[in-house]
Design a protein around this ligand. Structure first.
Ligand SMILES: Nc1ncnc2c1ncn2[C@@H]1O[C@H](COP(=O)(O)OP(=O)(O)OP(=O)(O)O)[C@@H](O)[C@H]1O
Ligand SMILES: [Mg+2]
Length: 635
């Protein structure tokens, strides 16, 4: 019931409240008023009866003394507004009465007045109605002469009382209707203003929900100055304040969203793998690079753990490492090698605990930077330094022994002129001459390697230089069942270089390839113009025995050879390296040959090894490139 009342409108509640109050007041007051009024009326009624009885008693003295029954009868007859009246003599006999022929005898003794109590009222019930019987003693100087008795009906009192009550009831009902109407009007004035307030509140709410075209909030009328208008102005200033705060909040929200977008863009543009885990090691966010590496979408990542993303061993390792960083609170950095489908790669891993405002650790940030290229450069740098120091040493030694060797060779040749050509001495001298010349070649190579020799650079056609070297060796190689297939760039790139030195490099590469093909096979020579890089590239690939991973790091070292003594000095590649370096180029080796290498001729499966590919890159002659606005035309 109370629950239902709560849902009634304010107007109904006010009306019901007023009705309840008035009804309660009426119910409480009416019986009280009725009883007091009744008592007062009865008192008044008795008083009138007593006065009437006293007056009758006084007027009855003479007739009673004179026993004038006629006057006594007249006295009774002219008395009005009484239910009955009779007069008794001193002995109590009924002298006259207003009843018909039958006088109710029991009434005679129902009430008696005396000298002590000359006026006496006695309520009686005659079975039809309640009456007040009044006995008034008729006396002369304390000598009783008789009694006047009269009965007054209470019916008139009840009638008056009923009339009064019905009037009160009518007033109460009219009051109820009037109060209800007044309450309705009053409630309306309040609810109208409440409705206005509500409409304004709703308009303000919609202003921030239905942007960009919010309706202006209605202005509340300020024609009244009561508590309600105070509430309205308080509400208005609160709403304005709220509105301003809301604007600020929305602006802050917009800025935050923009910053988040910017941050996401920056993170996604970053090639490092970046991810964020919470203290329970559950992933919260990551950038595009991380998701791509792991093979998961950004939306699917949240709530995943390492065990959902990585093989068990790696997940275990990552998990424990992360835990260590969280428990120590210290940043952790290290280099880590990872086996990927594209070969082994090196990563610089950084793990940082992320702290909240109060300095408490809230999560763990991990960044994996691919440093494979840096590691390669590092290795190459070490190699270059090693070669440089060896080169200096070798250059010094070569320079020192070059002159004695020249003297030995000169004297040997002079002696040869002096002895008979077919003498045993001449044979020995020729052997000395041959070996001395071999030594001079080594010395020349060493001087070349140590940059001690001078070179003459000219504008030259790259393809022609390569073809000259091929022509030089092609016939000899064919005797060893080695075929050279070429695929030269059509645009005939021009470089600025020393033709003799470069030819020496190409011959070195071709000779090494031939040596790697003891059973014969294919050597592919490819040139490509790298227009964007402003360079030309040469690739010499063979189908030979290949080079293992441990050896390939040493092949550019001076005197490193895998060939038997007397067959290789181990200087070919180191000399080639320094020549290419002098041309500001780059040389590198890779084994086995990548599967997608475009062999110009079909490969013989019987004579097919893992093979090696040497790649040389030399910058183009930019002057000639600019002059011609492009590569040279075919001659
Ligand atoms: N195409 C290739 N295939 C396999 N191994 C090679 C190839 N090219 C070079 N090598 C390896 O690199 C080593 C060094 O080569 P490098 O040319 O410097 O010296 P070399 O050929 O041994 O002697 P030389 O001074 O006579 O050239 C070789 O001994 C060989 O083991
Ligand atoms: Mg060689």
């Amino acid at each position: 019931m109370i629950h239902r009342l709560r849902h009634l409108s304010f107007e109904t509640k006010l009306n019901l409240g007023i009705i309840a109050i008035i009804t309660a007041m009426a119910l409480a007051l009416l019986p009280f008023v009725a009883s007091i009024t009744k008592e007062a009326l009865l008192e008044e009624h008795r008083k009138r009866g007593l006065e009437l009885a006293s007056s009758l008693a006084a007027r009855a003295i003479d007739p009673l003394l004179a026993l004038d029954f006629l006057r006594l009868r007249d006295l009774i007859t002219e008395t009005r507004e009484v239910a009955y009246i009779f007069i008794q003599d001193r002995a109590g006999r009924i002298v006259v009465h207003s009843f018909g022929p039958d006088f109710p005898l029991e009434l005679a003794s129902a009430n008696q007045a005396s000298l002590q109590n000359p006026l006496k009222v006695q309520p009686i019930d005659n079975g039809l109605e309640r009456l007040d019987d009044i006995a008034a003693l008729v006396r002369v100087h304390d000598e009783p002469l008789g009694t006047v008795r009269l009965g007054i009906s209470r019916a008139s009192v009840s009638l008056t009382l009923n009339r009064l009550l019905s009037t009160l009831m009518t007033i109460f009902l009219l009051g109820l209707v009037g109060a209800s109407a007044a309450a309705t009007i009053f409630a309306r004035t309040i609810t109208v203003r409440l409705d206005q307030l509500q409409a304004r509140a709703e308009a303000l709410r919609l202003r921030h929900v239905t942007s960009p075209f919010p309706p202006p909030p209605p202005v509340l009328p300020q024609d009244q100055h009561d508590e309600f208008s105070a509430l309205e102005s308080a509400f208005t200033s609160m709403a304005e304040e709220l509105d301003a705060r809301m604007e600020e909040l929305l602006e802050a929200q917009r800025r935050l969203a923009e910053q988040t977008r910017l941050l996401t863009t920056v993170l996604d543009a970053n090639p490092d793998r970046i991810c964020l885990r919470d203290t329970r090691m559950i992933y919260h966010a990551a950038n595009e690079a991380f998701c791509q590496a792991v093979g998961i979408s950004k939306t699917a990542l949240p709530n995943k753990t390492d065990f959902d993303l990585f093989p068990e061993d790696e997940a275990e390792r990552r998990h424990l490492e992360g835990r260590d960083v969280l428990s120590s609170g210290q940043r952790m950095e290290r280099h880590e090698k990872e086996d990927t489908p594209h070969g082994p790669r090196w990563f610089h891993v950084i793990q940082i605990p992320v702290r909240g405002e109060n300095g408490q650790i809230r999560g763990l940030l991990r960044m994996d930077r691919d440093i494979t290229a840096m590691k390669d450069y590092e290795r190459q740098l070490i190699q270059a330094q090693k070669i440089e120091s060896l080169g200096k040493l070798a250059g010094g030694v070569a320079h020192e022994i070059n002159t004695p060797l020249g003297i030995i060779l000169g004297i040997t040749q002079l002696l040869l002129d002096d002895v008979a050509p077919d003498s045993p001495m001449a044979d020995d001298l020729r052997t000395i001459e041959r070996h001395t010349q071999a030594c001079r070649k080594i010395v020349a190579d060493l001087l070349e390697f140590s940059h001690a020799s001078t070179s003459e650079k000219v504008e030259m056609c790259f393809n022609n230089s390569v073809m000259e070297a091929i022509t030089l060796v092609r016939h000899t190689f064919s005797l060893d069942q080695v075929t050279i297939a070429t695929d030269l760039d059509d645009s005939f790139p021009i470089i600025y270089g020393d033709p003799e030195e470069l030819k020496q490099v190409w011959v070195n590469l071709l000779t090494n390839a031939r040596d790697a093909l003891p059973e014969g096979g294919l050597i592919a020579v490819r040139t490509t113009l790298l227009r964007d890089a402003g360079a030309v590239r040469l690739e010499v690939a063979d189908t030979g025995i290949g080079i293992d991973a441990a050896t390939i790091t040493k092949i550019f070292d001076p005197f490193f050879t895998t060939k038997p003594v007397g067959q290789g000095t181990g200087l070919g590649l180191s000399v080639s390296y320094s020549i290419i370096e002098k041309h500001k180029g780059h040389i590198q080796a890779q084994s086995p040959v990548p599967k997608d290498f475009p062999w110009p001729l079909p490969i013989d499966p019987d004579r097919y090894g893992p093979g090696t590919i040497f790649t040389v890159t030399i910058p183009l002659d930019h002057a000639s490139l600019e002059e011609n606005h492009g590569p040279h035309p075919r001659p």
